[in-house]
Design a protein around this ligand. Structure first.
Ligand SMILES: [Fe+2]
Length: 229
């Protein structure tokens, strides 16, 4: 009898895998891959703790609640973002906040190589002419985003890289984005990301951001995005 039950459970699991329903498990709150003080002096420990354990956690909790209520558990974040304008705005704001921060923690590192990998550098050169041109475009996007938002480096549908900025918790995967693509590098320019240390000097925060970029992770994201384009 137990064997039959086990067999049935196995078949049910496979059916679930085949239907894609297991994607609901993707809505997990990520572990921060380093200590709160690991990015000092570029980002201070108190900012990291509040940013991760309060702001990011709140976006996550609110998104999961909305996703449950709306029956979105079987969809991936990418699928949700592709139609985000059709859902209540809480999905856009909190789903964006959940995803954007998850990626942001990953592309930061206390042991940054300080410069892009060869693969990423080649892609940047092809799209922007030089690393300096890209850096200026990215910094301008970060500094000129009025109010809260993000600056992004993304892979477009044509495989080329582009820089953009988005307000609030929008991102380039969303159907509401002016420029759509797959993000591979981003900076959070909400005041909660830098105000304790930098106060009104967003430009200094943006300058120091380059000291802590995890270019290996950027390369992984680039290769994944490039394959899927
Ligand atoms: Fe943030």
């Amino acid at each position: 009898m137990n064997r039959i039950l086990l067999l049935l459970a196995g078949v049910a699991s496979l059916a679930l895998l085949g239907s894609g329903k297991v994607k609901a498990q993707a809505f997990q709150f990520p572990t921060l891959p380093y200590a709160y003080n690991a990015l000092e002096p570029n980002i201070d420990a108190q900012t990291m703790e509040i940013h991760y354990s309060r702001h990011h956690k709140a976006y996550y909790n609110n998104f999961v609640k909305a996703a449950d209520e709306l029956g979105l558990a079987g969809l991936s974040l990418e699928e949700i973002f592709a139609n985000v304008s059709k859902y209540p705005v809480t999905v856009r704001n909190n789903g964006g906040g959940y995803y954007n921060h998850m990626l942001f923690w990953e592309i930061l590192s206390p042991t940054s190589a300080g410069k892009p990998t060869e693969t990423v550098l080649k892609a940047i050169d092809t799209s922007f002419g030089s690393f300096q041109s890209f850096k200026e475009a990215f910094e301008n996007a970060a500094k000129s985003q009025f109010g809260s938002g993000w600056a992004w480096l993304s892979v477009g549908a044509n495989g080329k890289l582009f820089v953009s900025s988005t307000p609030n918790q929008d991102n380039p995967l969303m159907d509401v984005a002016t420029q759509k693509g797959k993000p591979i590098l981003m900076i959070d320019v909400w005041e909660h990301a830098y105000y304790l240390k930098y106060q009104n000097k967003r430009a200094d925060y943006v300058t120091n951001f380059w000291n802590i970029v995890n270019w290996s992770r950027v390369e992984e994201l680039y290769l994944e995005a490039y394959k899927q384009k």
